[in-house]
Write a protein that binds this ligand. Structure first.
Ligand code: UDP
Length: 310
């Protein structure tokens, strides 16, 4: 068992990752500046094996003692958040990756970067294999997230090649589950919040754009397998079950027994038209398969949001 540093520990993914690392018997140091994360996500972790440090990871990171793993999960992650925090998003992806790689190098630790399907931008290849280089608009509003993550991948590979460090890169596709922020603007909390309140469901564009949704515990399982594997190049983690946003809206209405109607709003700039991972690599190299069916995962997520909407 080892000692892991998790940045973004109080966020949606970071907190689930801490849960898994602790369950596997590791010691965890969680770091978060609480810009989009929340202490309530880690309140339940009361253990001598968990330490929390409130810090911005773009500043110098000082951690006392040995570290075996550094997992960089800090970043605004919803389009609404990163449009509101464009400079912080660029900084945490770029400077924060440099700091966490530097920490890992200092400690002789393995580094795992939370990258994203956004490195593929609005993809011209479908589904997206890891070998695809992407179609990203560097100067569009989403560029702050996409390019920061692309830079982070390049930085990670440079540390691997130049400093001979152990690095891992996970490309995370749309993920959902408990602890998402109701107000984060992403499609899952938006639609569920609207359905539970009986408000109109806001489909952007015609709703023909597609996404594939993965339940958070499945994603975290893929990440843990990658962390422990020998795979040094990026791996997609996401489900291959793809549906249109309009179909997704209808599914949320049905699963939450809602009487909400659907309304159509303007499609955000550079909104990807399709997105589905080719997850062959995760299957063959990590032995990973998603376990939670979409309807089951959504039912659990709707239950979580019911408490919040009250
Ligand atoms: N979307 C929508 N209504 C909403 C929020 C999002 O139709 O209230 C759409 C959005 O335009 C995108 C998809 O749902 O096509 C997924 O959006 P999200 O913000 O969750 O993340 P993305 O996959 O775009 O990074």
């Amino acid at each position: 068992m080892g000692r892991a540093v998790v940045t973004g520990a109080a966020g949606f993914l970071g907190s689930h990752l801490c849960d898994r690392l602790l369950a596997e018997g590791h010691e965890v140091v969680g770091i978060d500046n609480l810009v989009t994360g929340s202490i309530s996500n880690i309140d339940h972790i009361r253990s001598e094996k968990f330490t929390f440090i409130k810090q911005d990871v773009t500043d110098y990171l000082f951690i006392r003692g040995g570290v075996d793993f550094v997992l960089h999960f800090a970043s605004p992650a919803s389009p609404v958040d990163y449009l509101a925090l464009p400079i912080q998003t660029l900084k945490v992806g770029a400077l924060g990756s440099h700091k966490t790689l530097g920490l890992a190098r200092e400690k002789g630790a393995r580094h795992l970067l939370a990258s994203t399907s956004e490195v593929y931008g609005d993809p011209e290849i479908h589904p997206q294999p890891e070998t695809y280089w992407g179609n990203v608009n560097p100067i569009g509003p989403r560029g702050v997230y996409d390019e920061a993550k692309r830079f982070a991948e390049a930085m990670s590979m440079a540390y691997q090649r130049y400093h001979k460090m152990e690095t891992r890169i996970v490309r995370i596709f749309n993920t959902y589950g408990p602890r998402m922020r109701l107000e984060d603007g992403r499609v899952v909390p938006n639609f569920i919040g609207q359905a539970l309140r009986g408000e109109p469901i806001t489909v952007y564009g015609e709703g023909s754009q597609t996404r594939s949704f993965c339940f958070v515990t499945d994603l975290v399982d893929g990440i843990y397998r990658l962390l422990m594997s020998k795979e040094t190049e990026p791996v997609n983690i996401g489900t291959e079950f793809e549906l249109s946003i309009l179909e997704f809206a209808r599914l949320i209405i049905r699963l939450s027994d809602s009487s909400s109607e659907i309304v159509y709003k303007e499609l955000p700039v550079d909104d990807p038209k399709t997105r589905r991972p080719d997850n062959t690599k995760a299957k063959t190299k990590l032995g990973w398969e998603p376990q939670v069916e979409l309807e089951e995962g959504l039912a659990r997520t709707i239950n979580f949001f019911r408490e919040k909407v009250k």
